[in-house]
Design a protein around this ligand. Structure first.
Ligand SMILES: Nc1ncnc2c1ncn2[C@@H]1O[C@H](COP(=O)(O)OP(=O)(O)O)[C@@H](O)[C@H]1O
Ligand SMILES: [Mg+2]
Length: 394
């Protein structure tokens, strides 16, 4: 395929493009969902401001408390597993807490109601995100009934949001809107910076996004990189080795499917400029795709099996005038064929999953760390559940 003509070739490209705030906003699920509704998973978007509970939500999230907001007494509990029931009960029990309690109780009745409605609409199981991001760094904290981050009761969602560092990132406007140039300036360990971040969160739109939970085969998840309105690269998203991604035929099918999907559905419809990253999920025959997410083209978006310098090199090569060649046919042969697909191509690939676990360095609530000392997983889980239940009943 000939390389498409980019619309802005006047300057030598830099490692990262300048990304205005409007482009970061375009990657918010609430910005793109209505444009791509038929190509992606059904989703409910709950605007905390419209509910009138944004401040209470942020206060609860910022507080040291590990207690979850109570579930309304008149709630119509959706179908849930027994472990979900007990989480639900623990959350409900909190509504009776009051006198003598040192820990403040945060009440979010409208949000809880909206979550219950959404869970019902989406068939009992949802995948949660905040403005841009899912709490995937905290997935370990709830049982993985149908897969990571599968939530069937409001308590699941509250627990995930409360335990996730990534969610905090979404609520700090200086980090959420940072580009690679400013990212280094933010020091998340600094107390002053944390206080400033809390203040900045108050200016931000806060949306809880609940998507129909889909049991995905990780081998069919791909991340795609677009710069200067050119589809440069496609990376396997899960970093395990998969036999069925190795043959030349499979690779060609993947490239053809993604290229067609991008050209037909995304290129002219996406509102986030000419530089962005999108995630897709391939059908089992690899001939069609679902859209999973958009992400800004910046350092905090994981380049997976590429590096950003690799992607820059691919872009530079694509922009370079073709070398003099005796014929148009020969010129085409010397051009690189885009997109470039990268998959884990051997069990010993350096990025293969045998390396350190994702989010291994993320912080857990301090209470969890203390409580885990000297206990095995089952004992720790029991101790944690007891402590949460005790806290709810205070
Ligand atoms: N609707 C869903 N149901 C189940 N799992 C999902 C769903 N959406 C995403 N996932 C899983 O969660 C991962 C992260 O999803 P994504 O929307 O890209 O969140 P983030 O922007 O936080 O990375 C995906 O790679 C996929 O495995
Ligand atoms: Mg994303």
């Amino acid at each position: 395929m000939p390389v498409p003509i980019p619309s802005s070739q006047d300057q030598e490209p830099s490692l990262f493009p300048e990304i205005p705030r409007s482009q970061i906003d375009a990657a918010r699920l609430s910005s793109w969902y209505h444009l791509f509704r038929r190509l992606t998973f059904p989703t409910s978007i709950i605007d905390l401001d419209k509910l009138g509970e944004k401040e209470a939500f942020l206060e609860w999230l910022d507080s040291d408390s590990i207690f979850l907001p109570p579930v309304a007494d008149n709630e119509d509990a959706s179908s849930s597993s027994s472990s979900s029931d007990s989480r639900q009960r623990r959350a409900s029990d909190a509504s009776s807490s009051s006198s003598g309690s040192e820990a403040p109780v945060y009440r979010l009745p409208k949000l809880t109601e909206a979550i219950l409605q959404a869970i019902k609409v989406h068939g009992g199981f949802v995948f949660p995100k905040l403005n841009w991001t899912s709490p995937r760094d905290a997935a370990f904290i709830i049982p993985q009934t149908r897969g990571p981050l599968c939530c069937s009761v409001p308590a699941d969602i509250y627990l995930l949001l409360k335990s996730s560092d990534l969610i905090q990132h979404d609520l700090d406007s200086s980090r959420a809107y940072s580009t690679s140039h400013s990212e280094a300036e933010v020091d998340s360990d600094d107390e002053e910076a944390t206080a400033a971040a809390e203040a900045r969160a108050k200016d931000m739109k806060v949306e809880l996004v609940l998507r129909s939970f889909v049991e995905m085969n990780p081998s069919r998840e791909l991340r795609c990189f677009v710069r200067h309105n050119m589809l440069l690269g496609i990376s396997q998203r899960d970093t395990n080795y998969y036999d069925h991604l190795q043959s030349a035929d499979s690779r060609e099918t993947i490239c053809d499917t993604v290229r067609a999907f991008w050209e037909d559905e995304i290129r002219t419809r996406y509102q986030g400029g000419e530089d962005y990253v999108f995630d897709i999920y391939l059908s089992s025959d690899m001939n069609s795709s679902f859209l999973v997410d958009f992400n800004p083209y910046r350092q905090s978006t994981d380049p997976l099996l590429f590096t950003y310098p690799d992607l820059l090199e691919i872009l530079q090569t694509a922009l370079r005038p073709p070398p003099a060649a005796p014929s148009a046919y020969a010129r085409d042969l010397t051009r690189q064929r885009l997109p470039i697909l990268r998959v884990i191509d051997s069990q010993s690939h350096p990025l293969s999953n045998s390396a350190a676990p994702a989010f291994g360095s993320n912080m857990m609530p301090v209470e969890m760390v203390e409580m885990s000392q000297g206990r095995n997983m089952a004992e720790f889980s029991q101790a944690w559940n007891d402590a949460v239940a005790r806290g709810m009943q205070r």
